[in-house]
Ligand binder design. Structure first.
Ligand code: 0A1
Ligand code: ZN
Length: 884
């Protein structure tokens, strides 16, 4: 682990290396505690200077150049430098090293998990396996031989095609893999483990037969089917939408129990956190099914956007991540719409924006704020962020909106025709889009260097005499004056609730009711003609740009848009804005020690949505869900998590009590008959019923509590069971919650992934009655549970992550106990796994937004942590930025 102060790396300092690798041949003698790697590289000169190899934590056994022992080798902070003769253009470098996978608790490089050996190389893990110019702009042809004990490691996998395999002496065996595509080292992978496989053969659009495999631990084959289906759907979608085909004969997905992130797109051998592979109705919820489908798609889509064309340097990360997230979002939306209609597509868009607002907006408003293409970093692992991924996807979506689906496709085609097999920059991508469409995107490029969420101020003025409505839109950029290129989709709603045709001054009378306006100036004024009565503007339809819209709307307008906005996204957003306003007012009362009141007009608007049978259940479920606590806290100044929680409890109780009959009626009417199937229509009904139980249980409505207990402990599938359990645990019905939790534990004690849900639900539990056990006491007890483990990232995220992120009122305790617990966890995790520690450390980065008392308690813990010399570079970067 690197603990010294890491140097700052700057984007503008990029230089190609003097030496690159054309071909590399790796021979692994695999062993859990002592793996030897023989690495033979054919290197080629491309500039002046030494051959640079990165290496971390490796024991070097030998190093030769063109067969002779290397003479001029210098050790550096990051590895080795080797001087080669000035007139040499080529050299064969062979380096033999040893590493200990079982000691690798960071889960970066080659590591041991559940008896098997696995790798994770993005971003800089390959240098922990062998000495190598470990940068994405070094693209080489890889051949890999794996040798291991056959009984312990019967399955040996690496990238590309299996070209040879067989038995060796002493119970050992080998497999040789050849990857025909050039790739950077971060896409290397190997697996040596005892696994079973689900296989399918498919034919690509051009008629090639390919073998698809999903590898899982023995006993999990009945949970691999959904991942396989998702893979086939992804293949078909990329063929149909972008004309992109699978390029290898074999494509493998492997589920791993210990994994820092979601999954990894290694060429032809994707490694997945098991939670994004394994699903069957008894163990996985609808949400899990949806996540699996999108993560499988994401990794599959990387094969083109990331692997065939990769990043020149890590500053360009959003080139592959923003684009691939956009692609997986579009895929999921198309899949949902095919099965559940356009309303299902809208629900997907709403969910994506909810994630953006909950995770990315706070990041963009805090000390870690960075452009989607950052300018500098200390630890690259800290920049796998919501900004690079989710905001990056919004930037790509804006291009799609501006250019249209066909224009975007043409841009993609041109991008691949220019850059297939290369390591490129975000500029290269935008230039291809620009050239293919004959449009100037220079101003658009500012989105790549823009930090913080821009604001868009809107003001409308109706002139009855002139029958005109004037809309003034003003951009406010947090980090500079130069205006951005912003697509704004907008409409005007007439007094009866119907959209008005939009005719701009000087145009022939039109019929279009939603228009796309391209803002390029700081202020844009639009004059709409032929308007007879004051309209209600509906701006930023479909969330056409990642900005904060500032528009004065009173409660009546919000209720009106909740009832009439024809844009489903904006209709949902109107409900969110209304909820936000009500909750902030209630929180202010709670902060003063007063009993918060729920305004009656809000109850009517909420009830109207609930009772609107024309709206799909899935849509009603998202529309009636309160904004996430993290987002609400972000809007509160100062952020007072305890007051907010009090307001939310009063509001939820009120909504449960007053609408009890409606929730109970829906619960009966929307029950889904027959066996579980993953389908948006069924999932929508289940989501609305589970939401109803949440409100009913919050209010302690006895029929609701009874139904929840029956569903949580009966013979149902996981979606209903977990929905009911969550409702009970987050309610005053503590006796029923205890029964349901015990029942759940008894059923799933041996199932690690399901137990993660059990840990998380308790860590995130609200306290409905003052006498209830604080979350922290429960968490401390759960750390001793036999199913808990500090070495498994999923367990850390489930127990600690849920507490820190999903339970602000319990975490930000007035007595500071939550912060002390946080600091203890960071100290401990820092030594085991800096990446995971750093993700957990980030939960306090926005401490300056808290109330003064909480601020000083949080600051004291951050300072105490920073005094620790053993802090990893990852954690140090986050905490230093937090202190500012
Ligand atoms: N590229 C992967 C995510 C990933 C990133 C970094 C990792 O280790 C530091 C692991 C995975 C993706 O976007 O799916
Ligand atoms: Zn990705």
């Amino acid at each position: 682990m690197k603990t010294e102060h890491a140097p700052t790396i700057r984007r503008t300092d990029y230089q190609p290396l003097a030496w690159t690798v054309e071909a590399v041949d790796l021979y692994f003698t695999l062993d859990a505690t002592a793996t030897v790697v023989r690495n033979r590289m054919r290197c080629r000169r491309q500039g002046t200077g030494p051959l640079v190899l990165m290496a971390e934590g490796l024991e070097r056994l030998s190093l030769t150049i063109d067969g002779a022992p290397a003479e001029t080798v210098r050790e550096t902070d990051t590895g080795l430098e080797i001087d080669l003769p000035d007139d040499a253009d080529e050299a064969v470098v062979e380096v033999v090293t040893r590493c200990d996978p079982s000691a690798n608790t960071e889960l970066s490089g080659l590591y041991h998990s559940g008896g098997g050996l696995y790798t994770q190389c993005e971003a800089e893990g390959f240098r922990r396996i062998t000495a190598y110019p470990d940068r994405p702009d070094v693209m080489a042809r890889f051949t890999v031989t794996l040798e291991a004990d056959k009984a312990a490691f019967p399955v040996l996998l690496s990238n590309g095609n299996l070209v040879d395999s067989g038995d060796l002496a002493d119970g050992r065996h080998f497999a040789k893999w050849d990857d025909p595509f050039l790739k950077p080292s971060y896409l290397f992978a190997l697996v040596a483990a005892d696994l079973v496989v689900l296989e399918r053969r498919e034919t690509t659009r051009s008629g090639r037969e390919v073998l698809l495999q999903v590898w899982v631990e023995d006993g999990n084959l009945d949970r691999a089917g959904h991942a396989m289906d998702s893979l086939v759907h992804s293949m078909r979608w990329d063929e149909a939408t972008f004309g992109l085909e699978l390029d290898l004969d074999r494509y493998m997905i492997v589920a791993v129990s210990d994994f820092n992130m979601g999954a990894m797109e290694n060429k032809g051998l994707n490694l997945f956190n098991a939670k994004f592979v394994l699903a069957k109705p008894e163990t996985a919820t609808d949400v899990d099914y949806e996540h699996i489908e999108s993560v499988v798609a994401h990794e599959y889509f990387h094969n083109w956007t990331g692997n065939r064309v990769t990043c020149r340097d890590w500053f360009q990360l959003t080139l592959k991540e923003g684009l691939t997230v956009f692609r997986d979002q579009q895929f999921s939306a198309d899949m949902l719409a095919a099965a559940g209609g356009e309303s299902a597509r809208a629900v997907k868009r709403i969910e994506d924006v909810r994630v953006l607002r909950t995770a990315q907006f706070p990041e963009d408003a805090g000390p870690m704020a960075h452009p989607i293409r950052p300018d500098e970093y200390q630890a690259i692992d800290n920049f796998y962020t919501a900004t690079v991924y989710e905001k990056g996807a919004e930037v790509i979506r804006m291009l799609h909106t501006l250019l249209g689906a066909e224009g975007f496709r043409n841009g993609m085609d041109l991008y691949f025709s220019y850059h297939d097999g290369q390591a490129v920059t975000c500029d290269d991508f935008v230039e291809a889009m620009s050239e293919a469409n004959g449009v100037d995107l220079d101003q658009f490029m500012r989105w790549y260097s823009q930090r913080g969420t821009p604001r868009l101020r809107a003001e409308g003025r109706f002139d009855a005499a002139a029958r005109q409505y004037t809309l003034t839109l003003t951009q406010v950029r947090p980090d500079g004056d130069a205006p951005l290129h912003i697509p704004v989709a907008l409409g005007l709603i007439g007094p009866k609730g119907a959209d008005l045709p939009l005719t701009l001054a000087g145009e022939a009378v039109g019929t279009v009711t939603t228009r796309l306006v391209e803002l390029k100036d700081t202020t844009t004024t639009l004059v709409f003609e032929g308007i007879d009565a004051e309209p209600v503007p509906s701006l930023l339809r479909g969330f056409s740009a990642p900005v904060i819209l500032e528009l004065e709307e009173d409660d009546r307008r919000l209720a009106f848009r909740m009832a009439h906005d024809s844009d489903p996204f904006n209709r949902w957003d109107a409900a969110q804005r209304y909820m936000l306003r009500v909750i902030l007012a209630m929180s202010a009362d709670a902060a003063k020690g007063e009993l918060p009141q729920v305004p009656e007009p809000f109850m009517s608007a909420f009830g109207a949505l609930l009772h609107n049978e024309k709206l799909d259940p899935a849509y009603r479920a998202v529309a009636l869900t309160l904004p996430a606590e993290a987002y609400l806290l972000e809007q509160m100044s100062p952020a007072d998590p305890v007051a907010l929680r009090r307001a939310l409890i009063v509001l939820m109780r009120h909504l449960g009590e007053r609408l009890a009959d409606s929730w109970l009626g829906l619960d009966t009417r929307l029950a889904v008959a027959g066996d579980y199937r993953y389908h948006p229509a069924d999932a929508g009904r289940r989501a609305l019923r589970s939401l109803g139980l949440r409100y009913l249980c919050a209010a302690g409505v006895s029929q609701g509590v009874e139904r929840a207990l029956a569903r949580a402990t009966g013979e149902s599938h996981m979606t209903d069971r977990f929905g009911a359990l969550a409702a009970l645990v987050n309610s005053p019905a503590s006796a029923e919650a205890a029964i349901a939790l015990a029942d759940f534990e008894r059923r799933f004690a041996k199932d690690a992934l399901v137990m993660d849900k059990w840990f998380a639900i308790q860590a995130g539990a609200w306290r409905w009655i003052d006498s209830a056990q604080p979350a922290l006491a429960r968490i401390e007890a759960l750390m001793g549970h036999p199913a808990f483990s500090l070495s498994n990232p999923n367990k850390i995220y489930a127990l600690f992550g849920a507490y820190f992120r999903a339970n602000p009122a319990e975490f930000h305790r007035a007595d500071g106990a939550g912060y002390r617990f946080w600091a203890d966890r960071i100290r401990d995790l820092n030594g085991r796994n800096p990446q995971v520690a750093s993700r957990m450390a980030r939960v306090l980065e926005n401490w300056r937004r808290l109330t003064p008392a909480l601020q000083s308690a949080a600051q004291a813990q951050i300072k105490a942590l920073l005094a620790d010399k053993a802090l990893s570079a990852d954690v140090r970067e986050v905490l230093e930025k937090a202190l500012g």
